[in-house]
Design a binder for this molecule. Structure first.
Ligand SMILES: [Zn+2]
Ligand SMILES: [Zn+2]
Length: 146
C-alpha cells in the first residue's frame, strides 16, 4: 500500500493558507473600518489639518491597537457642533440668576425659580438691563456691580 505524504501535506497546507487568508482579510477589514472611523470622527471634531493627518497616520501605521488609544488621547474633546455659535447665542440670550444659578429668558424681570430680580436700573439712563452686563446696552454707562 502506497501512502502519499506529499498529497496530504499539500491539501492541508492549502487549507491552512485559506484560514490565514481569511484571518488576514478580516483583520485588514477591521483596520480599514478603524481608519474610516478616525477620518469621520476627527473631521467632526476639528478643522485643524495637522491634527487630522496625524490622527489618520497614527491609526494607519501604528495599527488600531496602538493607534486608537493614541488617537483618543490627542483628539479634541468636543465635536465641532457642540461649539457652534447658536450655543453661545443661547447663553447670551439668557440671564443667569445670581442667587440660584437658573437660566432665565432675557425678557424676564424676575427669576422663574426663586423670584429674585434679574435686572438692574441704569444709573445714567434709568432703563433696566440684566445684572450681568458690564455696560448699559442703552447708554453705554458701565455697570459697577458686574
Ligand atoms: Zn433664581
Ligand atoms: Zn444706561
Amino acid at each position: 500500500m502506497e501512502f502519499n505524504l506529499g498529497d496530504i501535506d499539500v491539501s492541508q497546507l492549502a487549507n491552512l493558507d485559506k484560514l490565514w487568508m481569511a484571518i488576514v482579510i478580516f483583520v485588514l477589514f477591521l483596520w480599514l473600518m478603524c481608519i474610516i472611523y478616525v477620518v469621520k470622527d476627527i473631521s467632526a471634531r476639528t478643522d485643524n489639518q495637522f491634527l487630522q493627518i496625524i490622527s489618520i497616520l497614527f491609526v494607519t501605521f501604528l495599527t488600531p491597537i496602538i493607534g486608537l488609544p493614541l488617537y483618543r488621547a490627542i483628539r479634541p474633546v468636543w465635536y465641532k457642533r457642540d461649539k457652534t455659535p447658536w450655543r453661545d447665542a443661547c447663553l447670551a440670550s439668557s440671564i443667569e440668576c445670581e442667587s440660584c444659578g437658573c437660566l432665565n429668558p432675557k425678557e424676564y424681570d424676575c427669576c422663574l425659580q426663586c423670584g429674585k430680580k434679574l435686572k438692574l436700573k441704569c444709573k445714567e439712563c434709568d432703563k433696566e438691563y440684566p445684572h450681568n452686563y458690564h455696560y448699559c446696552p442703552y447708554c453705554g454707562a458701565p455697570n459697577l456691580d458686574a
